[in-house]
Ligand binder design. Structure first.
Ligand code: CAO
Length: 527
C-alpha cells in the first residue's frame, strides 16, 4: 500500500477539495482523476501517477490540502511496473534500472519552452475564457485541459499539446481572446533519448487543434450565467449528452460536480414519465410543445381533477402499450326495443329503469362465455394468456368529475332486472362520487355506451389488462333488405376494440357477429 500525495500545486496553499472522484475499492489506472481541487482562480484535477486499487481515502469534499498531504492509499500489484516505480520513488533509487514502458520520472537533461496559443475558434469577435484549469507551476500531461473557452456557438477546451510544467499563464477567467493570443508557456522536460530525436526541431510544436465539444454541451444563451465545471465533468456531460447550462451546480461557486450530473439525468428520466401535474407525458416519445394560448384570445384554466389525471395516465398507458384493432358491426335491435318498451309498466312497478344497456350487458356476458378467448388477459411475465372463469363487466359512466367504470360482477349469472337495478345503482353512485374502490375493480370486459348521446361509431381504447371493450353508438332506423324488399329496422352500431396480442381478427369478428345474433333475437339468451 502506498500513499498518493498532493503534488506541487503551485504557489497556493490550503486548496479546497471540491470533488473526490474515487471510492475505496475502486480499481484505477494511471492518469485517472483522484480529486479535483479549486483555488479562487482555477480548478485542477489530480490524477493518479500509478495504477492500483484505492485503499483508505484521506480527504473529502470540502477538505483543504497542501502539497505533500496524503490523498489516498493505493494498493499496487506486487511486481508490476507501477509497483517498481512506487518502490523506486520511495527508496529514491535511480529509475533507469527499471524496465519501464514509459519513463514516469524522466532523467532531466534539457527543457524547451512551448507557447500554447488560441487556435482558430471560428469567431472573429473573440471568445471568453470561462475557466483556467491550470496554475503556474502545474505539471500537465499532453491533452490536459489548460483553459475552457466559450463562444456563441460552442464551448471548447484548449488542451496542452505537450507534457510539462506551466511556466507562464497569459489569460484569466473572463478574458476575451482571439486566434493566436498566447495562452500559456509550457516548459517541456525531455529525457535524453527524446532530446536526441527532437532537439533539432528549432521551431515550437504546432498548436494543438481545439476540440470542439459535442453540440449537446452547448454554450449558455446570452444573459445566462457561465457554467463552472471541470474537464472530467464536461467529458461526462458530453458522454451523457447533457447540456451543462441546464444543470445546477452544488459545488463551491455553483460548480457542477459529477453527482450533480447524475442527479440531473435521474430527474430527467423521471420527468419523461410524468409531467409537472403528475400525468404521464412521454415514455420516451417526443413531447408536444404547448403554445401561448393566451396570445390568441381569452382562455380559462381549469385544474384537472384526480380522476381526470388518473384517466389520462391510464389512457396513455393503454394507448401506448396495446396494439388495438376495432371491429365494427351492426345489430338489429328492432324486436329488442319492442320487447323493452312492452316492459314499461312492469319497469315502473318495480321502480327499475330498463334502458337498452342491460340487454347489451346480458348479451355480452353470454358471448364472453361462448368465446372465452375474449374474456382473457395476456401475462407477459410468464408468456401466458389468462382466461378468466368469471365474467365481470365494467360500464363506462360519464360523470361531472370524470370517467368512472363501476363493475357488474358475474353478469352472466344475473337476470335482466338484477343487472338493470345494479347498473342504475352503480351509475348513481359514480355520479355522486360514492363508488368504493372494490366496485371498480376486477372487470374482464368493458362496455362504453354512447347510445343515449349520439354518434355512428367510435374506437374505444382497450382498458388493458382487459383484452377488449365494446363501444355502442346510437341506434337508428335503417332500410334493411330482407331478400325481397327494404324493411325499416332499428340498427345498433357496435364497435369492438381488442388487444391483437390476445385476440385475433377472426375471434373479434366472431364476437360482434354472435353478439348481433343475440341482440337480434334475445330469446336465444335463454338457451
Ligand atoms: N341507441 C339509441 N338510444 C339509446 C341507446 C342506443 N344505443 N342507448 C340508450 N339509449 C336511450 C335509451 O333508449 C334511453 O332513452 P329513453 O329513456 O327514451 O328510453 C336513454 O338513451 C337512456 O340513456 P341513459 O344514459 O340514461 O341510460 P343508459 O342505460 O343508456 O346509460 C350510462 C347509462 C351510465 C352508461 C350512461 O348514462 C353514460 O354515462 N354513458 C356515457 C358512457 C361514456 O362516457 N362512455 C365513453 C367512455 S370513453 O370516454
Amino acid at each position: 500500500m502506498t500513499a498518493i500525495l498532493v503534488p506541487d500545486i503551485g504557489d497556493v496553499t490550503n486548496v479546497t477539495v471540491i470533488e473526490v472522484t474515487v471510492e475505496t475499492g475502486d480499481t484505477i489506472n494511471e492518469g485517472d482523476t483522484l480529486i479535483v481541487l479549486e483555488t479562487d482562480k482555477a480548478s485542477m484535477e489530480i490524477p493518479a501517477n500509478v495504477s492500483g486499487i484505492v485503499g483508505q481515502i484521506h480527504v473529502k469534499e470540502g477538505s483543504e490540502v497542501n502539497e505533500g498531504d496524503p490523498i489516498c492509499d493505493l494498493e499496487v500489484e506486487v511486481g508490476s511496473e507501477a509497483a517498481k516505480v512506487v518502490s523506486a520513488i520511495e527508496k529514491q533509487e535511480p529509475l533507469e534500472s527499471l524496465e519501464l514502458v514509459q519513463p514516469p520520472l524522466a532523467q532531466v537533461s534539457d527543457s524547451v519552452m512551448e507557447q500554447v496559443i488560441v487556435p482558430d475558434t471560428g469567431s472573429t469577435d473573440g471568445v471568453t475564457v470561462i475557466e483556467v484549469a491550470v496554475s503556474v507551476g502545474d505539471q500537465v500531461n499532453e491533452g490536459d485541459t489548460l483553459i475552457v473557452l466559450e463562444s456563441d456557438k460552442a464551448s471548447m477546451e484548449i488542451p496542452s499539446p505537450v507534457s510539462g510544467e506551466i511556466a507562464a499563464l497569459f489569460v484569466k477567467e473572463g478574458d476575451v481572446v482571439v486566434q493566436a493570443d498566447a495562452v500559456a508557456d509550457v516548459s517541456v522536460t525531455r529525457v535524453a533519448d527524446d532530446l536526441l530525436d527532437t532537439k533539432s526541431e528549432a521551431s515550437p510544436q504546432p498548436v494543438q487543434e481545439i476540440q470542439k465539444s459535442n453540440t449537446a454541451v452547448t454554450i449558455p444563451l446570452e444573459g445566462q450565467s457561465v457554467v463552472h465545471a471541470g474537464p472530467a465533468v464536461r467529458a461526462l456531460a458530453r458522454e451523457l449528452g447533457v447540456e451543462l447550462i441546464q444543470v445546477s451546480g452544488t459545488g463551491s461557486r455553483e460548480r457542477i460536480t459529477k453527482d450533480d450530473l447524475h442527479e440531473f439525468v435521474k430527474a430527467k428520466l423521471n420527468q419523461v414519465q410524468t409531467g409537472p401535474s403528475g400525468v404521464i407525458t412521454g415514455l420516451g416519445i417526443p413531447s408536444i410543445p404547448l403554445v401561448d394560448f393566451e396570445s390568441f384570445g381569452p382562455v380559462e384554466r381549469i385544474p384537472m381533477s384526480k380522476i381526470h389525471k388518473l384517466t389520462a395516465d391510464n389512457m396513455t398507458r393503454c394507448w401506448l402499450n396495446v396494439p388495438a384493432v376495432t371491429q365494427f358491426d351492426e345489430a338489429d335491435i328492432t324486436d329488442l326495443e319492442t320487447f323493452r318498451k312492452s316492459m314499461k309498466s312492469e319497469s315502473e312497478l318495480k321502480g327499475i329503469k330498463l334502458t337498452p344497456l342491460p340487454f347489451f350487458i346480458k348479451a355480452s356476458a353470454y358471448v364472453l362465455r361462448a368465446l372465452p378467448q375474449i374474456n382473457s388477459s395476456v401475462d407477459l411475465q410468464t408468456d401466458e394468456i389468462v382466461r378468466k372463469g368469471y365474467v365481470h363487466i365494467g360500464i363506462a359512466v360519464d360523470t361531472p368529475g370524470g370517467l368512472m367504470v363501476p363493475v357488474i360482477r358475474d353478469a352472466d349469472k344475473k337476470g335482466m332486472w338484477e343487472i338493470a337495478a345494479e347498473l342504475s345503482e352503480l351509475a348513481d353512485k359514480a355520479k355522486s362520487k360514492k363508488l368504493k374502490s372494490d366496485e371498480m375493480q376486477g372487470a374482464t370486459f368493458t362496455i362504453s355506451s354512447l347510445g343515449s348521446i349520439g354518434g355512428t361509431a367510435f374506437t374505444p381504447i382497450v382498458p388493458s389488462p382487459q383484452a377488449a371493450i365494446l363501444g355502442v353508438s346510437k341506434a337508428s332506423m335503417q332500410p334493411i333488405w330482407d331478400g325481397s324488399a327494404f324493411q325499416p329496422r332499428l340498427m345498433l352500431p357496435l364497435c369492438l376494440s381488442y388487444d391483437h396480442r390476445v385476440i385475433n381478427g377472426g375471434d373479434g369478428a366472431r364476437f360482434t357477429t354472435l353478439l348481433g345474433q343475440m341482440l337480434g333475437d334475445i330469446r336465444k339468451l335463454l338457451l
